[in-house]
Design a protein around this ligand. Structure first.
Ligand code: SF4
Ligand code: SF4
Ligand code: SF4
Length: 778
């Protein structure tokens, strides 16, 4: 990933943009944090937040004209709520507390600036310049400091509040001269003595000074506050608009920035677009936010401490996090995509040392729900897939992550699982049924039933292709392997005369649309919708319909699945997140292979947020939900109920059964391929490998453990065959069990077993694996 790619990803995620209140506040007070402290009753902390950004906070906090309230997300009239009373909260805060953040001493700059005018604007410029290390000389033409501040009634702005701020200013490098004579000549000499001069016009004594100095208030530069000649700056005129305290403070601040830049010889205008109010891109949903009107002021002195706490608690703490709210994977890493993009970038840049983000990169299910809910379409799955591919290319991907899935894929494109045949009766092939690896592995009997059903109802000849679509290769960051798999599929399809494909799996559909676009594809559900139902089809009861995440952009498939369920006599209800917002079952993107715990979390969210039983139309979804204990059936269970393996007639949901594990699926695919070849196309079965003659006996708990460890029956069979033919095995003295191992690649498989009296039958007690190569083991 290049740095510019990172920048692009970072730009898409707007979570770190400021909330509307802060962006609209001319001096960018962190209102969100301020409100959080106020709501928690931490008034001193809230006061420190104000004082961090606000000059003379004891004054401005009392009188700010709060343009932020106009922008507050809570006050958007479309939501019918009321803005947070930020101005009243600030006033309440500064009357309750005088806490300030610890000031960090700034080394003197050795330069000075002059400020003319003792109003809020001039005092702000002096305050900011002193905090930057400049010595400041303030000239106040009146006998009293304050300019228009002095016109405020005492109950709004008590004199002591201004006095307190002036005391603080006295401890900075600020000297204030009252009764100063200020005219053009004096300003001229100030320009010679200091790096520049700021004229704060919010003082009645300075109302006409611009005439002497030869500039018009309307012509003051709105960004730099430049007043027509080098070194002279001005702001906060009180003649052209009603006095706005916050605008006066902003003008003083802008001038302080300009004077600082002048001192440093830097550009006066570059990168200043975020000074003053600006547009934020932050998106905050009001979904699920309860309406609450503003707390009414009960007395003339503003909010009481308790009222302030209640009002601050109405702040919804604006942020985006839309994707994190719906995705347990994103929530797990305690951040949000912008942060994750940086972590992934750093991870990819590590040459030696720990790659902390590996687990994050490997665990995303690539389901794309994040992109659907994100206002900027940030697709974390795409970012993770890019990172996986880069890590594989640079040999940085740990071999363990997707090892099992890739070995499974190898098998699914081998002669043991692949089959491509035209219609057995006519030899024609206008259509070809592609059940996909998951349905073939989970319920091979449904593949046969659906194929017979299609052949009986479609004209033009229906062929069959058993072959992986290549999705696991894409998920594992192996575009090279994906290209091989799709090319292999393409040649089978061409050999059959380029039939139209009927796909039972929406992952295949998605993969083909992207990587084999020349093929005309339709889903099994759209096809079946227009065909007669098989005899005995149907069911009863009400189900939560789970759309696979790969059907997100296939509305026709989702509509057909619902139509089929209705025809089959069951009631379906939609889960909370459905249609384009459907959730992953935890299998996509190889999440389950790389991070089984994460997959469990994902399914748990789906099954606890929605009522069981579920109806799925993807074999993998069915098995994933079922493995976590959810009651779930497949649409094909309703279509072919006579194939139910363990019918429970007494139950209202007799078709519910447990899911198949990976070891079962592997064997089922090989068996299905041979069975179809033999029974439909009358072909001799594939010759058996020697290891396949080994018959295994596994108790259910052993099989569960084997599945959880992603060990195939084939791995166990090979280990036992190797031990039995070479004699390289260990025997446990007491139990009489043997321990053997087998090492096909980077992983070594171990088996504890005992031969049974009858033929090549072996009882398996344990099987486990680890990622190490043992010297001397073949
Ligand atoms: S709700 Fe709170 S954080 Fe959001 S804009 Fe209003 S004051 Fe700011
Ligand atoms: S699991 Fe799905 S929603 Fe979550 S980050 Fe990955 S692609 Fe996005
Ligand atoms: S939805 Fe997620 S990725 Fe998109 S802006 Fe919000 S936090 Fe960032």
């Amino acid at each position: 990933m290049e740095q510019q790619d990172l920048r692009q990803w970072e730009w898409l995620c707007i979570q770190e943009e400021p909330p509307l209140c802060q962006a609209t506040c001319p001096i960018h007070v962190d209102v969100r944090l301020f409100a959080r402290h106020m709501a928690a009753g931490k008034v001193d902390d809230a006061r420190k937040v104000l004082a961090k950004t606000m000059p003379l906070s004891g004054v401005l906090g009392r009188i700010c004209d709060h343009p932020c309230e106009q922008a507050c997300r809570r006050g958007d009239p479309r939501d019918g709520d009321e803005a947070i009373r930020i101005g009243s909260l600030e006033r309440s805060c500064v009357t309750q507390s005088d806490a300030r953040p610890r000031s960090i001493p700034v080394p003197p700059k050795g330069k000075s600036a002059a400020v003319v005018g003792g109003g809020l604007s001039g005092l702000t410029a002096a305050w900011d310049l002193a905090r930057k290390g400049y010595a400041v000389h303030v000239l106040v033409p009146e006998s009293e400091i304050g300019g228009v501040l002095l016109a405020y009634p005492d109950k709004v702005l008590p004199k002591e509040a201004l006095v307190r701020e002036l005391e603080l200013m006295a401890s900075m490098r600020i000297t204030i001269e009252t009764n100063a004579s200020v005219d053009a000549e004096r300003v001229e000499s100030l320009l010679g003595e200091h790096l520049g001069v700021y004229i704060g016009l919010d003082s009645p004594a300075l109302i006409d000074i611009h005439l002497d100095l030869g500039f018009e208030p309307d012509a003051i530069d709105p960004l730099t506050r430049g007043a027509g000649r080098p070194g002279l700056f001005a702001g906060a005129p009180i003649v052209s608009a009603p006095f706005s305290p916050i605008r006066a403070a902003l003008h003083g601040r802008q001038a302080a920035v300009s004077l600082d830049r002048l001192a440093q010889g830097a550009s006066l205008t570059a990168s200043r677009d975020k000074e003053g109010p600006f547009e934020t891109r932050l998106y905050t949903s009001m979904h699920d936010v309860e309406h609450a009107r503003a707390v009414k002021l009960t007395g003339p002195d503003g909010y009481s401490p308790e009222e302030a706490r209640q009002e601050a608690a109405r702040c919804i703490q604006c942020e985006c996090m839309e994707c994190v709210k719906v995705c347990p994977y994103l929530a797990h890493f305690k951040g949000y995509p912008k942060k994750y993009a940086r972590e992934i970038y750093n991870n990819l840049s590590v040459i030696h040392g720990l790659r902390q983000a590996n687990t994050m990169i490997e665990s995303c299910s690539n389901c794309g729900l994040c992109a659907e809910v994100c206002p900027n379409d940030f697709h974390m799955g795409t970012l993770c897939l890019q990172a996986r591919s880069e890590m594989v290319q640079q040999d940085k991907m740990p071999p363990s992550a997707f090892d099992f899935a890739l070995r499974d894929l190898d098998f699914n494109v081998s002669h043991k699982a692949v089959l491509a045949r035209p219609d057995p009766d006519t030899g024609a092939c206008e259509w070809a049924f592609v059940p996909g690896c998951q349905l073939s592995g989970a319920t091979p009997e449904h593949v046969r039933a659906a194929y017979d059903h299609l052949r009986a109802n479609l004209d033009g000849g229906v062929g069959m292709i058993l072959h992986c679509c290549g999705a696991p290769a894409a998920w594992a960051g192996r575009p090279d392997l994906l290209a091989n798999v799709t090319e292999s599929f393409r040649s089978l399809w061409k050999e059959l005369g380029e039939p139209r494909l009927i796909l039972a799996c929406t992952t295949c559909l998605q993969t083909f649309r992207e990587h084999l676009p020349e093929m005309v594809c339709t889903s099994l559900w759209e096809t079946l919708e227009s065909l007669a139902l098989p005899q005995g089809a149907g069911g009863q009861g009400a189900y939560t319909l789970h759309d696979p995440c790969t059907s997100r952009h296939e509305p026709a498939v989702q509509v057909s699945a619902r139509a089929m369920a209705k025809r089959l006599g069951v009631i379906v209800r939609d889960p909370d997140l459905t249609g384009i917002y459907t959730e992953c079952c935890g299998f996509g993107g190889l999440m389950e292979a790389a991070n089984p715990g994460m997959a469990t979390k994902v399914v748990a969210q789906r099954t606890t947020d929605n009522p069981a039983p579920f109806l799925a139309y993807c074999a993998m979804c069915r098995d994933s939900l079922s493995r976590q204990g959810a009651k779930v059936i497949h649409l094909l269970d309703l279509l072919y109920p006579h194939l139910a393996r363990e019918p429970e007639p007494a139950s209202p949901y007799p078709l519910i059964r447990s899911g198949s594990g990976p070891a079962d699926k592997h064997e089922n695919r090989a068996r299905l391929r041979n069975q179809l070849a033999r029974e439909i196309w009358k072909e001799a079965p594939e010759p058996m490998d020697d290891f396949e003659r080994i018959q295994l006996v596994l108790e259910p708990e052993v099989r569960d453990a084997v599945d959880a460890r992603r060990i195939l029956a084939e791995d166990i069979q090979r280990a036992i065959l190797h031990a039995e033919t070479t004699g390289r095995r260990m025997r446990h003295e007491e139990s009489g069990h043997f321990i053997a191992c087998h090492q096909p690649a980077a992983v070594t498989y171990w088996v504890e077993y005992a031969p049974q009296p009858e033929g090549l039958v072996f009882r398996v007690y344990r099987a486990w694996s680890h990622r190490m190569v043992i010297k001397g083991v073949a």
